[in-house]
Design a protein around this ligand. Structure first.
Ligand code: BGP
Length: 468
């Protein structure tokens, strides 16, 4: 028998895991409040692929024991999910908890530990309680930031004895883009000035949660807190000066706007300058900026799916239009780019290396991990073979290609401690619902029967060998 040698061996204790979130898995069973997506589904079912909403999701509320066991069966040693604000908290103003929800999350955490899986708990994954939007304007309101801190403190106190890795926000920039710029999160507002204020407020919220965490027993016992950012590098169309300038703005606005404050405690000077010149800079106080300065994160999670490419503005920006970041760039489509046609995203594994080297060279080589990477594919049933196995070799290839670049970056000194796939078990994907499947494990929506795909057996081996 041929002995396969391991060509890409990863550092000791590497995290081989996967990410998901409460609102995308649990289902709304026994949940007393609605988040913005629950509410959007309640009022506009057609906004969701095939009219499928978050009510059942992948039924994790009822099947968490079996689901976690399956995650352990495919060798995963760490899982990120989220605690839903709309489930845990009964009264948002006082942070009085719902006791059934506390029992649920306790059982989930204990189940992870029993299965030797490190639980990584995120506090916010696009699931703002809708009543806080209706009452106060959600993230536009600094009062809501303080209510979020109360919720976070409850989580640290209740679960911090067992959960040692916390995340303040998943992809805060996507909240800005989805809710305030490009209409893919309820309430689908288009308002550049508000977007900029929310961008600032989310940074402040994250820093305030970090400050609260530092006071917690969990932090004193060695627990850590981070944030998950979607760092999609911005490549210019060409080396022409105006293309480089356009890409630099995209980098400032979509990446550095969070990366700089969370790691360095300060906003990017060139971004501040542009926003001030345009009269849209956020309102801030010296006290708030000091909170941001003094409460940077312990570690970073990086979600990477696709690169962003930018070119200089083709048409002159209409000055009568209200402010949008798009004033400074046009999106650029690379000719003959490799595509994932189902999701409409370019595939560009090399970016893994670029992200890692940027963190190494410009962000103090902070320790970080890939917190999401994955390939969403529609109609995977057609890949099911006679034995009932979905042969998702395209997913295995996708992961191996990305991991090779990550490996090279680690060889070159990147401080990366793990790789989380999106996702372990096919889950509900916002307005795309169950269109594209991402999991190592398939879910049948009618029966809720779950089966391991070929990629699930692949990752099991990778985790066992700590490489491939
Ligand atoms: C990330 C989100 C996830 C997940 C993933 C897949 O941006 O953090 O929640 O949804 O993208 O993307 P999509 O669901 O849009 O296909």
């Amino acid at each position: 028998m041929a002995i396969l040698s391991i060509k890409y061996k990863f550092p000791k204790n590497f995290w081989w895991g996967a990410a998901t979130s409460g609102p995308q898995t649990e289902g709304r069973f026994n949940k007393k409040h609605a988040n913005v997506f629950d509410h959007w589904f309640d009022i506009e079912k057609n906004a969701f692929f095939n009219g499928v909403g978050p009510n059942v999701a992948s039924n994790f509320y009822n099947s968490y024991k079996e689901d976690i066991k399956m995650m352990a069966d495919i060798g995963l040693n760490s899982i990120r999910t989220s605690i839903q604000w709309t489930r845990l908290i009964k009264d948002f103003e006082t942070a009085e908890v719902d006791t059934e929800a506390v029992a649920f999350y306790n059982q989930v955490i204990d189940e992870f530990l029993k299965n030797k899986i490190i639980p990584v708990m995120n506090l916010q994954h696009f699931d703002l309680p809708v009543e806080l939007y209706d009452k106060y304007g959600g993230w536009e309101s600094k009062h809501v930031l303080d209510l979020f801190v109360l919720f976070a403190e409850k989580c640290f106190a209740l679960f911090g004895d067992r959960v040692k890795h916390w995340i303040t926000f998943n992809e805060p920039m996507v909240i800005v883009e989805g809710q305030y710029l490009y209409k893919f999160h309820y309430p689908n507002i288009v308002d550049g000035k508000k977007a900029v204020q929310v961008l600032y407020n989310l940074n402040l919220a994250s820093a305030k949660v970090v400050a609260a965490f530092k006071q917690s027993k969990c932090a004193k016992q060695g627990g850590e807190i981070g944030v998950v950012l979607n760092l999609t590098p911005s490549y210019p169309r060409s080396q022409a000066e105006d293309d480089i300038k356009a890409a630099a703005f995209v980098e400032d606005f979509f990446n550095k706007s969070f990366l700089d404050p969370v790691v360095k405690g300060e906003f990017t000077p060139s971004l501040v300058q542009t926003l001030r010149k345009d009269g849209v800079l956020w309102e801030s106080t010296a006290e708030e900026l000091a909170i941001i300065k003094n409460n940077t994160v312990d570690f970073l999670g990086v979600n990477y799916y696709q690169p962003r490419r930018a070119k200089s503005k083709g048409a002159v920006w209409d000055k009568t239009k209200s402010w949008m970041p798009d004033k400074y760039f046009d999106d650029y489509e690379l000719p003959n780019r490799r595509m994932n046609p189902y999701r409409g995203w370019e595939i560009y594994p090399q970016a893994m290396y670029d992200i890692a080297i940027n963190i190494r060279d410009n962000y103090n080589n902070i320790h970080w991990y890939i917190s999401e990477n994955g390939m969403g594919v529609e109609g995977e049933e057609k890949y099911r073979n006679a034995d009932g196995l979905i042969e998702d070799v395209y997913r295995i290839d996708f992961y191996e290609e990305h991991l090779r670049y990550l490996y090279k970056a680690i060889q070159d000194g990147a401080n990366c401690f793990g790789f989380h796939a999106w996702t372990a078990i096919d889950c509900w994907s916002w307005s795309n619902a169950y269109k594209n499947r991402y999991g190592y494990i398939a879910v049948d929506l009618i029966t809720q029967i779950k089966t391991i795909k070929k990629s699930g057996y692949w990752i099991k081996n990778v985790a066992k060998e700590n490489g491939f």
